[in-house]
Ligand binder design. Structure first.
Ligand SMILES: *[C@@H]1O[C@H](CO)[C@@H](O)[C@H](O)[C@H]1NC(C)=O
Ligand SMILES: *[C@@H]1O[C@H](CO)[C@@H](O)[C@H](O)[C@H]1NC(C)=O
Ligand SMILES: *[C@@H]1O[C@H](CO)[C@@H](O)[C@H](O)[C@H]1NC(C)=O
Length: 341
């Protein structure tokens, strides 16, 4: 199929799904910055705007990026660096300083959606710092009556022990206690848990048994039947694995946001082609913009962020350097966003 035909089909499919003409509800992109050849933040913000990407996740606070984001209508999810957590867990002073540096000066000009205490730290040495940091930050937010900012953290599938079938999913023994504490906080605040989910890595680890069309949202049949729930795509099954694991520890009502998902366009032979990456990310964006829930939680609309805006040359060699929608010179690796409008 030619690219133009592909583009036309996706545009049609999106119209059929009722996607909004000029914004994609609930869809964001991770602005990873581990490259020595990336464009300056002001140009990156223009690239987000030019592609009508209205949500950004930033892994760590950076003044140049925050300055560039002022008055540009991009909703920001902002991370606290992993290494900053111990100090911010131990005392309010570093929390106040972080807030005064990276949030307060921008409150009138940037919409902050989530503040994220660490990335993929459970299980691990820093895991126990997450809850106290979230609590300290919440104390500050409460004191300033900033109700719209949601304090949360971000985990990967490494927190799960079993994850298949989804209904049998549980947190691992090493993760269960810390996750239960984190979820207690999130449930009280009615904040979501951010989860990084990569059907690509599941597929690449077992391409004989996992169907490619199931991993890429291309299956039209039910591929996995789990009790009364039928799954035709792996991402929905992964999200429901989290729903079940959370229910298992008593927190069935906490929502999941897909803080990262994507497919590399190179680095692992024929499993990572531009065409496969384009299909996954186009279908992922369409899945998120459809404003649907999952089989287990049909009414719980899932937000999601593509990983990532750029190919990043300072990440580990191999697939890690090839998740970008754009090359560092800002040309698209393949089209995802412009054709959706
Ligand atoms: C931001 O959105 C508002 C309301 O939708 C609009 O009036 C304004 O022009 C936008 N600003 C920019 C910089 O796009
Ligand atoms: C997967 O879905 C896309 C549309 O999203 C379609 O263009 C493509 O042909 C499908 N690929 C396969 C192998 O079915
Ligand atoms: C990759 O190549 C192998 C060996 O030729 C083939 O069996 C497999 O189906 C290919 N996978 C994809 C995704 O093209």
């Amino acid at each position: 199929m030619t690219m133009m035909l592909l583009i036309a089909q996706i545009a049609l499919a999106l119209c059929a799904l009722g996607a909004k003409a000029d914004t994609l509800v609930g869809v964001g992109v991770n602005y990873g910055r581990l490259g020595d050849n990336l464009p300056p933040p002001s140009q990156v913000v223009k690239l987000f705007q030019g592609n009508a990407i209205t949500k950004m996740r930033l892994f760590d606070p950076d003044i140049a990026v925050l300055d560039a984001l002022k008055n540009n209508n991009i909703t920001l999810t902002l991370g606290i660096r992993n290494e900053d957590l111990p100090a911010m867990a131990a005392a309010m002073e570093p929390v106040n300083t972080w807030f005064k540096t990276y949030v307060e000066p921008y409150l009138n000009d940037i919409v902050f959606e989530h503040i994220v205490a660490g990335n993929e730290l459970v299980p691990g040495d820093l895991a126990n710092y997450i809850l106290p940091v979230m609590q300290n930050f919440q104390t500050l937010l409460d004191a300033r009556n900033l109700k719209s900012i949601s304090m949360t953290t971000c985990v990967a599938t490494s927190v799960l022990g079993n994850s298949f079938p989804p209904s049998q999913s549980v947190f691992s023994d090493q993760s269960k206690k810390v996750m239960t504490g984190i979820l207690g906080f999130l449930a009280t605040q009615e904040n979501p848990l951010l989860v990084n989910l990569y059907p690509y890595f599941a597929y690449a680890s077992d391409p004989k048994n996992i169907r490619l069309d199931y991993a890429q949202f291309n299956a039209t049949d039910i591929v996995v039947q789990d009790g009364s729930f039928g799954y035709s795509n792996l991402l929905d099954a992964m999200i429901d694995s989290f729903h079940w694991a959370m229910e298992n520890v008593g927190f069935a009502d906490v929502k999941v946001v897909v803080s990262e998902s994507g497919w590399p366009s190179d680095g692992n032979g024929n499993l990572t082609t531009v065409s496969l990456a384009a299909t996954y990310n186009q279908n992922f964006v369409r899945r998120i913009a459809s404003e649907r829930g999952t089989p287990k939680k049909p009414n719980s609309f899932i937000e999601g962020f593509v990983f990532a805006m750029f190919n990043e040359n300072r990440k580990a060699a191999g697939v890690e350097q090839h998740f970008g929608l754009f090359y560092p010179d800002m040309t698209p690796v393949y089209p995802v966003f412009p054709l959706l409008h």
